[in-house]
Write a protein that binds this ligand. Structure first.
Ligand code: GDP
Ligand code: MN
Length: 382
């Protein structure tokens, strides 16, 4: 789960990183009231889950009430690379002497946390990594030991932080590492990590991704994320514990197991179709689960045909077939379904479907055949 900047900053603050106080608002009047309460100059910041907000006009300084109103009016509703701004964060503007970069993420190849630091902050860090890799310090941390102060001081020193803020940068790195570990984040990034003219080290931006699989350990984080901008079907799926991602096409997809669903998307694309969603029904698909999944798929009105691709392992094909029969009774879908059942109890599953003689349901035995058929059916029903 990706957090909005202000939510990331709130986590930072809880773990001792310096951030500016501010207020999250959703209307122009509330933005102006917040700015007046905080005191000028303020910075008005678009809260969307995409970087480069500054360049897109989503971060503006305001020195008085009129400017705060003007910027809030312009930024609310702004489309930043397809993300519509519905929330603003207003904070007291900081004076900036220098902009650094700091992040903690998982280095999968080293199987260890990775701390990155650069004095080339405020810019696209990918460019620094590409053009001047020597200016981006990358250091693995022993997860059993954690990031020690000595190691943090060493990173700040080798990165070329100003001598008088080495200690402050090291504190910030240790705090960022603590956020990453204790909040079960997969990414914690600050760009820019600023040094103010009076030499305070402070996080001016926050990009945090929390590991959804660890959210049960952090009930207080459950409501974070960008629910105002989330797709309603995705939200519903999330509540039901189903992994659903909405896509742009018209072919509904359901499978069991993330790998199978991803390859189903590929095969449908290869056959000239456009998937409408990713849906992993997981293992063990009883009638209630199948009905729920099909209901989610059909609640996307772009769907013209549906492909069920089930590879029976722990999931039994006869159980899925019974689920499908129940789902059809409950939902009476009007679009065609192609169903491929393979693996555990597939013969029995196909027999159940044949006996039920569901309208508009086509059985397929191979994945390629199923994909070709669903693409053709979707074209017909457009
Ligand atoms: P991003 O463009 O999405 O990465 O948004 P940031 O929060 O990083 O803001 C973009 C840029 O706006 C920063 O790199 C700063 O240069 C500038 N900025 C943001 N907040 C302040 C502030 O409080 N004071 C000043 N002077 N500049 C700011
Ligand atoms: Mn930034």
């Amino acid at each position: 789960m990706d957090l909005l900047e202000y939510q990331g900053k709130q986590l930072f603050g809880r773990h001792g990183l310096a951030v500016s106080d501010g207020q999250a608002v959703t209307t122009v009047d509330d933005a102006v009231a917040a700015a007046n309460a905080i005191g000028y100059p303020v910075v008005v910041k678009a809260q969307v889950l995409i970087g480069g907000r500054g360049k897109a006009g989503g971060v503006k300084l305001a020195s008085d009430e009129a400017e705060a109103r003007e910027h809030a009016t312009n930024i609310l509703g702004l489309d930043i690379k397809g993300h519509i701004v519905r929330t603003l964060w207003i904070e007291h503007a900081s004076d900036i002497a220098t902009e650094y970069y700091a992040s903690v993420l998982l280095d999968r190849s080293a199987k260890k946390p990775l701390v990155m630091f650069s004095v080339e902050g405020g810019v696209d860090i990918e460019e620094v990594a590409e053009n001047t890799p020597e200016k981006l310090i990358r250091e693995n941390v022993d997860p059993l030991v954690g990031l020690s102060r000595e190691q943090a001081v060493d990173i700040a020193t080798r990165g070329g932080a100003d001598a008088d803020v080495i200690e402050g940068v090291a504190d910030a790195l240790v705090a960022l590492y603590t956020v990453w570990i204790e909040e079960d984040a997969s990414l914690a990034e600050i760009n820019p990590l600023i040094v103010t003219p009076d030499r305070e080290v402070k996080a001016l931006d926050a990009k945090v991704t929390l590991d959804d699989n660890a959210l049960f350990r952090h009930p207080e984080n459950a409501d974070l994320g960008d629910s105002a901008n989330a797709d309603p079907i995705e939200l519903k799926a999330h509540e039901q514990g189903v992994i659903y991602v909405k896509l742009d096409g018209d072919i509904g997809i359901m499978g069991n197991g993330a790998g199978l669903v991803m390859s189903t998307l590929d095969v449908v694309k290869g056959a000239g179709g456009e998937p409408a969603n990713f849906l992993d029904a997981g293992g063990g698909s009883d009638a209630a689960k199948v009905t729920q999944a099909i209901e989610l798929i059909l609640s996307n009105e772009n769907v013209n045909a549906v492909l069920l691709n089930i590879f029976g392992g722990i999931t039994r094909c006869d159980e899925v077939a019974n689920g499908l029969v129940a789902a059809f009774a409950a939902l009476q879908p009007s679009v065609p379904f192609v169903v491929r059942l393979d693996g555990t109890n597939d013969v029995e599953g196909r027999r159940i479907l044949e006996e039920a003689a569901l309208p508009n349901v086509y059985a397929a035995t191979t994945m390629d055949g199923a994909a070709a058929q669903v693409v053709a059916l979707a074209k017909e029903s457009r």
